[in-house]
Design a protein around this ligand. Structure first.
Ligand SMILES: Cc1cc2nc3c(=O)[nH]c(=O)nc-3n(C[C@H](O)[C@H](O)[C@H](O)COP(=O)(O)O)c2cc1C
Length: 363
């Protein structure tokens, strides 16, 4: 039995296989609005057979964008185009998901092909916020530490964004608490030097994420899944680490979170990360084993055989692919062929479907 193509139920949503499009910023929006690029980009991967497509980091407020060209969901006007995209994805049998995000101290930066580091206000940038007033590095803006009212606004922005996500037809929300963005910044003692109820102890550093989870769950229906992306470790002495991620995952399991998407890094410039095939899978395996939480593995998973091994051996319940999906939108269709599983191709493409080799070796 090939596990990669077994369905997975998350609350009332059934994923037809375990292959997920990992969220990927396209840096192609204007004022947060999705456009034809997003329709074709996300739509192609739905045609390609992914079970779940998690739309890129989508800002819950304008100041929470990584770059001026990020997608947003901070106003009702953003919703109609997202509805159109999601209807297309759903019509292909894929589940439309969204990653809700606030970039914190890593906001207001150039998209990769337009420059490096901070966008000055004279070039469309904006003042940024964080847990404390320390910048990510010399190229990044110095944030203003959020005060109590600012924290309440962040929570309210996530809640309102979740409500809009529902109207837009998303069926899964992923909260972005990884890669050195705001929620991760609160988790890590390297970026959080607060002395109030949101800094210091583990309980205090996880407080904002737990409050955002609670606010999201208030408006996100019981039968729809909520998942969280964590950077399981900062890969740096004195930083957020895997033990704390295990402890946090156990807590999240009791607060209505259904799966942890296990990434790493992003909060410390030049952290020594041992990058290689499947290098983060160990963290999905550990969290699953020690908490019983469902997990997703991500990071340099590029072949059907690797993906199948991860799921079949029980290291993770889902595999998320990013760059491989940019190279090959039809990865799931070809993975099925490689692994000898029969899956339907879109009717429009049926005449191009490679036929399984029969016992007689004939196609
Ligand atoms: C172009 C691009 C944009 C990305 N944008 C996001 C994002 O919006 N949110 C996120 O959590 N990760 C983002 N990532 C990270 C990917 O989701 C993924 O975790 C990482 O690329 C490792 O997976 P891979 O080896 O399959 O590419 C991005 C990666 C790429 C290549």
């Amino acid at each position: 039995m090939v596990k990669l193509f077994e369905p997975l139920a998350l609350r009332g949503v059934v994923l037809k296989n375990r292959i997920v499009v990992s969220p990927m910023c396209q840096y192609s929006a204007e004022d947060g609005f999705a456009n034809d690029w997003h329709l074709v980009h996300l739509g192609s991967r739905a045609v390609g057979g992914a079970s779940l497509i998690i739309q890129e980091a989508t800002a819950v407020s304008p100041e929470g964008r990584i770059s001026p060209e990020d997608l947003g969901i901070w106003k009702d006007e953003h919703v109609p185009m997202l509805q159109r995209i999601n209807a297309f994805i759903a019509a292909q049998g894929s589940v439309p998901g969204v990653q809700l995000a606030h970039a914190g101290r890593k906001a207001s930066t150039y998209r990769p092909w337009s420059g490096e580091g901070m966008v000055p206000e004279s070039d469309g940038g904006w003042p940024v916020v964080g847990p404390s007033d320390t910048a990510f590095n010399d190229n990044y803006p110095v944030p203003t530490a959020l005060d109590a009212a600012g924290i309440q606004k962040v929570i309210a922005d996530f809640r309102a964004a979740a409500q809009r996500a529902l109207t837009a037809g998303f069926k899964l929300i992923e909260l972005h608490a990884a890669h050195g963005y705001l929620l991760h910044e609160f988790l890590s003692p390297l970026s959080n030097q607060r002395t109030d109820a949101y800094g210091g102890s583990f309980e205090n550093r996880v407080r904002l994420l737990l409050e955002v989870v609670a606010a999201t769950r208030e408006v996100w229906p019981e039968d729809l899944p909520l998942i969280v992306r964590l950077s399981v470790t900062d890969w740096t002495e004195g930083g957020w680490n895997a033990d704390e991620s295990v402890q946090l995952s156990a807590l999240l399991k009791t607060r209505g979170v259904d799966l942890i998407d296990c990434s790493t890094g992003g909060n410390v410039p030049k952290a020594p990360i041992p990058v290689g095939p499947g290098y983060q899978v160990q963290f999905a395996e550990r969290i699953k084993e020690e908490t019983g939480m469902l997990t997703g593995a991500v990071g340099l998973i590029t072949t059907p055989a690797e993906a199948e091994t991860i799921v079949a051996s029980g290291q993770a319940d889902l595999v998320l692919l990013a760059r491989e999906f940019l190279r090959e939108p039809y990865f799931p269709l070809f993975a099925a062929q490689d692994l000898g599983v029969e899956v339907a191709w879109p009717a429009q493409y049926e005449r191009a479907k490679p036929r399984m080799v029969s016992a007689a070796g004939q196609r």
